[in-house]
Design a protein around this ligand. Sequence first.
Ligand code: ATP
Length: 397
Amino acid sequence: MSKERIGVMGGTFNPIHEGHLAMARAAMRSAKLDRVLFLPDSVPPHKKDIAPAEDRWRMTVAAVAGEKDFEPCRMELDREGTTYTCDTLLALRAQEPKAELFYLIGTDTLLQLKNWSRYEQVLTLCTFIVCARTVEGVSAAEVDAERRRLIGLGGRFLSAEMEPVDVSSTALREAIQRDEPTPLLSPAVREYCGARGLYGAAPRVPRAEKWLAKLFAELTPRRFAHTLGVAYSARALARNHGLDLEKAEIAALLHDCAKCLPLREMQEIAVRNNVTQDREILESGALLHAPVGAWLAEHAYGVTDPEILHAIACHTTGCPGMSRFDMAVYLADKIEPGRLAYPALTRVRMLAPLSLEKAMVYSIERTVEYERGKGHALHPQSLETLEWLKSQPENMS
Ligand code: ATP
């Protein structure tokens, strides 16, 4: 059997951005890797403008959650004291003795290698995959000379075939502080930074530190990334439709807080607290997590605002008479940027910023069709919601 080929993507990830992901994708292709580990490094806590390790970890987990062969790894974060790449590679070798290790770096890091602790030993432990990055004031000839010098010391280097991605964490931190767009940061990571108030952004969600830690602990990585995407979209829709941005963000952050509980546990909460009596809802985790989520939002997260709690409670079935705020949260869940493509997605995304009511009708109608096609019926409350929505003035024209 051929050796497993493992990519190692180390970085401060302060924050993780599309450049890092593009490097990993290019390295997977160019060096035929089986998987890539993402290792946020540990940085002395007093270092200026570096987000706490757990925040960088959660952002890294969220950013790679949608990629099957990318794995976040806590090895450097969990090691005591200063971490050196040499120790990381030795530990990975001990852990994966049969694998071949490939360490991913940008051109700037190639030039810094000579300053790494025990760098000559590092050269013997992995093959470097270099991703092109412009380094201010350094010519291609100088980069090449350094590469040749390192090869002379036993280093092995491959080049990743990729278009350079002109982005750095430094530039992104500055953009976040100035509240400017960040197209090369994933919406989930941008949402995390904004809600939490990292990098000089004004903290938007008062209890974000506690809530994000709790959500991260209780949701799967994909669900956590989805939650951040929904909060990102809910804010955008709230802005489009003149709704309360902060409340929309809170409802979206908590909308799935019960989703990863075992059905038994959801049922116990529902029965003990008289959350619903509907048998069909009680039997289905896909439906029950909404009213149970609203109950948890109130009792475990301390939310008291009835508008927020209602939007969480009806985000799966909708309900006749639902408010435009409820619709924004419902639709944000359907269109968040990380959603895997489904047939109605493009049109719901197009309609939602224009008309919440029209987007709701289209979204529920397509879901009814889809479920009928599979021989399933939608919960009666969704059908009642659809009828009610169709009778609204916005949908009569
Ligand atoms: P900062 O701006 O804070 O220095 P960064 O964007 O360089 O951050 P790091 O987390 O320090 O990000 O980078 C980890 C690794 O990824 C380094 O080897 C770096 O050279 C490489 N890297 C980061 N961004 C790019 C990019 N856009 N193109 C190529 N390599 C990159």
